[in-house]
Structures are given as structure tokens and as C-alpha cells.
Ligand binder design. Structure first.
Ligand code: ZN
Length: 398
């Protein structure tokens, strides 16, 4: 394996350096090399490891650090894959797979999303295991998160391969600043199309024809853009749905043709307290009121699996949140609020597939630098993450 010699009990930055140097881009080479490397590190630390693949090369790694039964199992989780460098190669100022430190920041592919969190979890588990007398940590390092997790978290959950009672995912908790919140809510998703049907004809007669389907579609797009779906249960204004009208848009035939057909693809990111029935009726009345009567339209769900993905939330009084809050207060010297995570994570699969309450994000780094060139993480935050996870584990097993 192309690694540079992380030796056990070395610092977390050496481990991060090695993890970044092993390409695990998705789509790309897959996760097997990085999983095998991490497994060997964890075996050297005395932990049990299992590599599990839903498809060849797409490795998930489960690590068990067992200090004695009776206190339950706490899961710490991160995804092994990264987005590919893609078209941004020329925009990188440093080699993406060669961790480069400049002014306290470590640059490299996957530093924030999320090999920094993974390195910190391994180091924190090592520190805990050296002195623990009870409890079990399960490290759940997944494949395929960047493509939806069908070969990773979703598969592990569906196959009942995870034994944790609760899970903390180390996705980056910063957008602008590091450690902005503890992200307890994973938003769900409702994806649908509005199909608009008018009358195709000669564009020179457009003033005598029904409204063109594409103009009608534009009216629908701006109406949905202003839609505020109703929801209940929000503890404060920290979470709300987002409406993305027209993530897809098609229609029209050619110059000279008055368009008779258009299709708009929309996605709404859901929060707890929304229902499919109520949301659909709000969408229908929004579309209805935006269009003249002569225009026909229908609502379709072209991808059944994305018709409704439930939002999930860890209850505010769950022991894993008490432990996370206490650890943040002590280590970061700040009280963190509970929020809804902007992006999708493996938490949804752990929750919906295996019923395991899962914190979507408590980890070093920034979501705002992920998936683009010059991704980086603050080295101090990676070191802080080791302290934070170690304290969280100690609090959890009390
Ligand atoms: Zn991620």
C-alpha cells in the first residue's frame, strides 16, 4: 500500500497524512486500499477488524474495541470514500493526495470530508482503550457515502451488521466557522416533477394560442421557489426545509415552435414535522394558483425511492447527545446548539435501516471546502477532535 509509515501511537496528523495519500475517490478506485490500511492500524492497536464488501473493492471496515460488556456499544462513524478531484485538478495549488501544511491548515483531498474525522476517531479510541474498564466502541467506516451509500451504510444497516446502540458521525461541523453545532437532524427528501401541457403550434401565432408550456413552467418555478412548506415540532428556528424548484428543467422543440410541453424537476429537503400528504397538497395548490386555467399539468414522482425519504432526528434527551454536549462544553469551551445538517449523511441509513439513533455531524473541518479544489482542515481542529471524541466516549460510558 502507498503509505508513508504511520506507526501505532504516533500522532493523528501522521495517520491523516497516510489516509489522504491513499486514493479512495468515488466514483474511482474504491475503498479497499484505505480500508485495508486502516484495518492494519487498528489491529496493531489490539482491536478486532472486519472488512465487508457489498461489491468487489467497495470495502466497509468495522472495528471493535471492547473493554468489557454491560455498558452498551457506542458507534463512531466516518465514510472512507471521497469525491474525485474531477475537473478541478488545475485549480489545486498543492497535490491533492499529498497532505500539505500551510499556516496551520492541512490541504488534501478528503481532509475535511472526512479523513480528518476518521483519524481523530481512531486516535481517540486508542486513548480510551488504554484505560477503559467497561464499554465497547464500534468504529463504522463506510464505503460509498458520496454516492448515496447503497454499498456502504445502507447495506450494512439492511444486513444488520452494525451492533452500536447510538452513532456519532464525524462529518465536518463547520460551514463558515469550525464546530458550529451538533447536527442532530438529518433532513429527508421529496423529489417530484411537475409536467406542464399546453398546445404546440406556430410561434408566430403565440398571441392566439394558450400560454406556452415553457412560460407556464417558468411561472411554476417561481411560485414553488416562494413556497414555504409547513412543519411542526421545530424547537427553534434552527431547522427548516429548503425548496429547490427546477433542479431539472426541460421543454420546447425548436425556434419557430410554440412549446406545448415542459417538465420541471424539484427537490424539497424535509425536516421533522412534515407529512407527505400535507406537503403534496401544498405543492398542488401552489402550482394550481400559478397557472392559467387553459394549461394542464400533473405531478409525478419519477423515482419511487426519492418520493419520500423520512427526515430523522436524535431525541434531544438521548444519552449520546448529553455526552456530546458535555464533551463540547468541556473541550471546545462552548455550548453547541442542536441543528439540522445541510447535506445528506450516512445517519439516514443507520436510522431508517437499522433503527440506530445517529448524530449526522460532529467533526473537524468545513462543509464549505468539501467536494472542491484546495480542500483543507485546520490541524488544531483535528487534534481537538481527538480530545472531543475521547471526552464524549468517557461521558457516554460515564
Ligand atoms: Zn462527507
Amino acid at each position: 500500500l502507498p503509505v508513508k509509515g504511520f506507526s501505532v501511537k504516533t500522532d493523528v496528523i501522521s495517520l491523516l497524512t497516510d489516509l489522504v495519500s491513499i486514493d479512495s475517490s468515488n466514483p474511482g478506485v474504491g475503498e479497499r486500499n484505505v480500508a485495508e490500511y486502516l484495518a492494519s492500524v487498528c489491529r496493531d492497536l489490539g482491536f478486532e477488524t472486519r472488512i465487508l464488501e457489498a461489491a468487489p473493492g467497495r470495502s466497509n471496515l468495522l472495528v471493535s474495541a471492547d473493554a468489557g460488556s454491560g455498558s452498551g456499544v457506542l458507534g463512531l462513524s466516518g465514510h472512507l470514500d471521497t469525491k474525485p478531484v474531477g475537473d478541478a485538478e488545475n485549480a489545486w495549488r498543492t497535490p491533492p493526495l499529498d497532505l500539505t501544511v500551510q499556516e496551520g491548515r492541512a490541504y488534501g483531498l478528503g481532509t475535511s470530508d472526512m479523513k480528518g474525522g476518521i483519524a481523530a476517531m481512531v486516535a481517540a479510541t486508542e486513548r480510551w482503550a488504554a484505560r477503559a474498564t467497561e464499554g465497547r466502541i464500534e468504529l463504522i467506516f463506510t464505503a460509498d457515502e458520496e454516492a448515496g451509500g447503497a454499498l456502504g451504510a445502507r447495506w450494512l444497516a439492511d444486513q444488520s451488521l452494525i451492533s452500536a446502540d447510538a452513532i456519532v458521525i464525524g462529518e465536518p461541523s463547520g460551514v463558515v466557522d469550525a464546530w458550529e453545532a451538533i447536527y442532530t437532524v438529518s433532513r429527508g427528501m421529496c423529489c417530484f416533477d411537475i409536467v406542464v401541457e399546453g398546445v404546440q403550434g406556430h410561434s408566430g401565432l403565440s398571441d392566439q394560442l394558450p400560454m406556452s408550456a415553457t412560460v407556464a413552467a417558468a411561472k411554476v418555478v417561481s411560485a414553488l421557489h416562494e413556497l414555504n412548506p409547513s412543519f411542526s415540532d421545530a424547537p427553534d428556528d434552527a431547522w427548516k426545509p429548503t425548496v429547490n424548484s427546477a433542479v431539472l428543467l426541460e421543454g420546447g422543440v425548436f425556434y419557430g415552435v410554440h412549446p406545448g410541453h415542459a417538465r420541471i424537476g424539484c427537490d424539497i429537503r424535509l425536516v421533522p414535522g412534515m407529512s407527505p400528504h400535507r406537503l403534496e397538497s401544498e405543492i398542488r395548490s401552489c402550482v394550481e394558483s400559478s397557472l392559467p386555467e387553459e394549461i394542464g399539468w400533473r405531478l409525478e414522482y419519477p423515482i419511487p425511492a426519492l418520493r419520500w425519504v423520512d427526515p430523522v432526528a436524535v431525541p434531544n434527551d438521548h444519552p449520546v447527545l448529553s455526552a456530546a454536549s458535555a464533551a463540547a462544553t468541556k473541550v471546545l469551551e462552548r455550548d453547541l446548539h442542536f441543528r439540522a445538517y445541510p447535506g445528506g449523511t450516512d445517519a439516514t441509513s443507520f436510522f431508517l435501516g437499522a433503527g440506530i439513533p445517529s448524530v449526522a455531524s460532529l467533526g473537524p473541518g468545513w462543509l464549505s471546502v468539501a467536494h472542491g479544489p484546495n480542500e483543507c482542515v485546520d490541524l488544531g481542529d483535528v487534534v481537538l477532535a481527538v480530545d472531543l471524541y475521547a471526552e464524549l466516549i468517557a461521558q457516554y460510558f460515564g
